[in-house]
Design a protein around this ligand. Structure first.
Ligand SMILES: Nc1nc2c(c(=O)[nH]1)N[C@H]1C(S)=C(S)[C@@H](COP(=O)(O)OP(=O)(O)OC[C@H]3O[C@@H](n4cnc5c(=O)[nH]c(N)nc54)[C@H](O)[C@@H]3O)O[C@H]1N2
Ligand SMILES: Nc1nc2c(c(=O)[nH]1)N[C@H]1C(S)=C(S)[C@@H](COP(=O)(O)OP(=O)(O)OC[C@H]3O[C@@H](n4cnc5c(=O)[nH]c(N)nc54)[C@H](O)[C@@H]3O)O[C@H]1N2
Ligand code: SF4
Ligand SMILES: [Mo]
Length: 737
């Protein structure tokens, strides 16, 4: 009788979305048989979301990329030939060297995705050593506007603060819907609610989160800045702010007092569509019921032009003047993971003075808050508290994609000639996708490399496509880009199948051919050892001890010893760093770039307000649509529309409809819901159809239902940091016959 293989249980963190939950991977005879939550994980204690049910399917999926491919024929024709890794790396490195010699290192762009180590940090490290400031990560649209504002005001970001039982009294969930997007944070929130913590929810839709609210503020999309200013108005006028904290620790209060005096509640109610009494009630509850938490939510970064800036500054000022910063039960700041050599190893500082770099990134003039110059300023302001810099500082410098396509097509402000797309699907996840497509197929772009688990609409337009290992096939350290004082080790659970490689290997292999010899350990694990050097232990030591989860207990009140990580060491309610970068540092409200008030004529033709891309629990953005057991749960793109509006348009539940903006139209399936106002519609995000033909013009159906292909995009539409206007463009909706 053949011996029965025993189940080996390996531990890592799930990378199907950025939450990094601890999981057990069951391996029998070298095969992955099951992935489930790890009960020893202090983060989830064994709980995982429904996406994990697709992990094994993903690992063995018939459509996975398994070998390096080289394009034959034109970009987008989908004619590929297999080549070896050695040939692929050799050819790519040769082209990059030639592009660098002719155009400078700035001619290379890294187009990354959202929080996907090890590719993301390895790419940044490579670009910093190479000399290219044109580094894009989805962090751009995923918090940049809010994090930059927070760092400017109080020198830290507050994402991830959770209510502390018995201490926290109030939580404001602002533009965030945790049951879909972060189930691990939603469970403790619900517990807190049961223990008496009050919830204020700011969302134009009646979500599962809004259903739990003590006060639900159903605002007109993109008017968050006005709402924040209205709340500040009440808090200042009624003297509900923390006087001692403001006096001792805040600069600029008088200017803010004058600024918010311009936002009486009648005016704010008119702008936001939220009744004045409700705003006052929310402001009082939030300021009086201390300590309180006012959440991060990606929505505030997607409001376009000045609307986003007033929203993110307004939210930051609310946290500050109510005295909720770095207090127990409020927004305890991270200390930064001192036991890891992280910012130093990524060479961010080196890029600032790189000998070959002649330019800042291509969008630095339009969006100075996201540039090498901005990075250098923030770096200086934080240096007393964070002498080696801070892991979150990449947010101060991502290039804006809006300006990349003209740089390819017209050479302005200087030419971009090479793109490496890895772990991202920007043709689906970014606005301006038509311009992006045209740039990516243009001959002026001399090199486009894509690395992914699957062929995607974006990398279908590449010259080389490289097969990436999934999270089960590589060792890992996850530290959420330094946005939490915790890190998690994950062991390699199985060897990569076929010729898949971990994302680190690409940058290491290119690096050693392009003048970075000596900088890159041969294998990913060697690099993890370098990060861990200050601990005096290797990655293998942690794995051997099964010591996977590293949590640092929060230590409030640090500012009393250190001050804040701003130039003045105080909370700058009117941030000097924004003034230095050429911005009006006040949170003055501006209407979004398109709106029934700002663009009245347009609103006659396009009477509805479009919000898009809110999370659904079955997918992470554009991923996982190939997995039948997940796709079955959400097979089609859904447009949420109010029954009254639908009735007037002759639309019934389940009808296919067109959503049309000034840019074009896409098709989605109507779902009638009273949870959305009559003047607002919500479109599903990130749709493409892996089952449709790969080649152009179909390109996996990327132009059929992908809402981002009709989101207007131009420098004057993006917000002050260069994020897209995903929530608020005007549109019309009609039945697709
Ligand atoms: N309309 C609208 N658009 C939005 C948003 C919105 O709210 N509304 N939100 C924005 C935000 S916050 C974000 S974060 C972005 C997300 O944007 P992206 O990060 O671009 O989107 P994803 O679909 O998550 O991932 C892209 C690709 O990564 C691949 N991938 C997964 N794991 C790996 C890996 O380990 N290695 C490699 N090489 N590839 C891998 C997947 O197969 C997929 O093709 O979308 C933004 N776009
Ligand atoms: N299942 C799943 N989980 C995910 C992801 C995923 O793709 N799938 N992505 C991960 C990533 S990278 C991110 S950034 C997070 C994002 O997760 P969240 O921050 O929760 O963001 P969303 O779900 O996109 O949007 C939250 C809410 O904003 C509301 N909203 C729309 N317009 C406005 C507005 O103008 N003002 C306000 N105040 N609210 C508005 C929407 O109605 C929605 O309910 O989720 C993470 N978790
Ligand atoms: S939330 Fe789900 S998909 Fe995201 S890391 Fe956790 S288990 Fe994985
Ligand atoms: Mo994100």
């Amino acid at each position: 009788m053949a011996p029965i293989d025993r189940v080996a249980i390996k531990k890592t963190s799930c990378a199907l979305c950025p939450a990094a939950c601890g999981v057990e991977v069951h391996v029998v005879g070298g095969k992955v048989t099951k992935v489930q939550g790890d009960r020893e994980s202090p983060i989830g204690r064994g709980k995982v979301c429904p996406k994990v049910a697709g992990a094994v399917d993903l690992h063995y999926h018939k459509d996975r990329l398994n070998y390096p491919l080289k394009r034959i024929g034109k970009r987008g024709e989908s004619h590929w030939q297999r080549i070896s890794w050695t040939e692929a790396i050799g050819e790519i490195a040769e082209k990059l060297a030639s592009i660098r010699d002719r155009f400078g290192p700035e001619a290379l762009v890294y187009l990354g995705g959202t929080y996907r180590p090890p590719g993301d940090w390895a790419a940044w490290r490579f670009c910093n050593l190479f000399g290219s400031p044109n580094i894009f990560g989805q962090g751009k649209n995923c918090g940049q506007a809010e994090f930059v504002a927070e760092w400017a005001v109080y020198g830290r970001e507050t994402i991830g603060n959770m209510p502390v039982p018995g201490l926290t009294k109030c939580v404001v969930l602002w533009g965030v819907n945790l049951p879909e997007s972060r189930h691990l944070w939603w469970q403790p929130m619900l517990k807190a609610k049961k223990a008496g913590v009050k919830f204020i929810v700011v969302d134009p839709r009646y979500t599962e989160t809004a259903a739990e609210a003590d006060i639900w503020l159903q605002l007109r999309p993109s008017t968050d800045g006005a709402l924040a200013l209205g709340m500040l108005h009440v808090i200042v006028e009624e003297e509900l702010y923390d006087k001692a904290f403001v006096e001792q620790w805040c600069l600029g209060f008088d200017e803010i007092r004058r600024c918010v005096a311009d936002y009486p509640l009648e005016k704010v109610a008119k702008i936001t569509n939220v009744p004045a009494e409700k705003i006052a009630e929310a402001a009082r509850l939030y300021a009086k019921d201390k300590p309180s938490i006012l959440s991060f939510g990606v929505a505030a970064c997607h409001l376009g032009s000045g609307a986003a800036k007033s929203a993110v500054l307004g939210k930051s000022l609310l946290r500050a003047i109510t005295g909720n910063l770095d207090i127990p039960g409020g927004h305890v700041f991270n200390e930064g993971l001192k036991e890891l050599r992280w910012p130093q190893e990524l060479y961010w500082d080196y890029l600032v003075s790189h000998p070959l770099r002649k330019h800042d990134n291509v969008s630095a003039d339009e969006f100075p808050a996201a540039s090498v110059k901005s990075y250098a300023l923030f770096r200086e302001a934080m240096s007393k508290i964070y002498p080696h810099g801070c892991m979150a500082s990449q947010y101060m410098r991502w290039v804006s994609p809006t300006l990349l396509w003209p740089a390819i097509l017209e050479g302005k402000p200087y030419p971009i000639r090479a793109v490496i797309t890895q772990s991202g699907n920007p043709l689906v996840t970014l606005a301006g996708s038509r311009a992006m497509r045209d740039a990516l197929v243009d001959d002026k772009l001399e090199l486009h490399v894509g690395m992914d688990l699957f062929m995607s609409p974006t990398i279908q337009l590449a010259d080389y496509v490289l097969p990436a290992a999934d999270f089960m096939e590589r060792p890992d350290i996850r530290l959420r880009w330094g946005l939490a004082d915790e890190w998690v080790c994950g062991e390699q659970t199985v060897a990569p199948l076929y010729e898949r490689r971990d994302d680190y290997q690409l940058w290491r292999d290119l690096g050693v051919r392009l003048g970075q010899e000596g900088y890159w350990p041969d294998m990913l694990e060697g690099m993890l050892d370098r990060f861990l050097e200050p601990t005096g232990q290797t990655f293998g030591d942690f794995v051997a001890r099964k010591d996977f989860y590293q949590m640092r207990p929060p230590r409030p009140g640090k500012y009393k010893e250190q001050g804040f990580a701003t130039f003045s060491g105080k909370v700058e309610l009117v941030p000097s760093i924004l003034a230095k970068l050429g911005y009006d540092p006040l949170p003055t409200y501006e209407e979004p770039p398109q709106s029934p008030y700002r663009t009245k004529d347009l609103a006659k033709e396009y009477p509805l307000i479009l919000i898009s891309g809110s999370r659904v629990r079955w997918f992470t953005h554009s991923t996982l649509r190939q997995i039948p057991r997940l796709r079955r749960k959400h097979p089609d793109p859904i447009l949420e529309i109010n029954p009254d509006t639908a009735g007037k348009l002759g639309i019934t539940d389940g009808d296919w409809v067109f959503v049309e903006t000034t840019v074009g139209r896409v098709k989605q399936k109507a779902r009638l819901t009273a949870g959305i106002s009559p003047e607002v519609v919500h479109a599903d995000g990130y749709w493409w159809f892996p089952e449709k033909p790969a080649e152009e013009p179909t390109l996996f159906g990327v132009w059929e239902s992908n809402i981002n292909s009709i989101i207007p995009d131009a420098p004057e539409i993006c917000d002050y940091a260069g994020d897209h206007f995903f929530r608020g463009p005007l549109c019309r909706v009609y039945k697709a016959s």
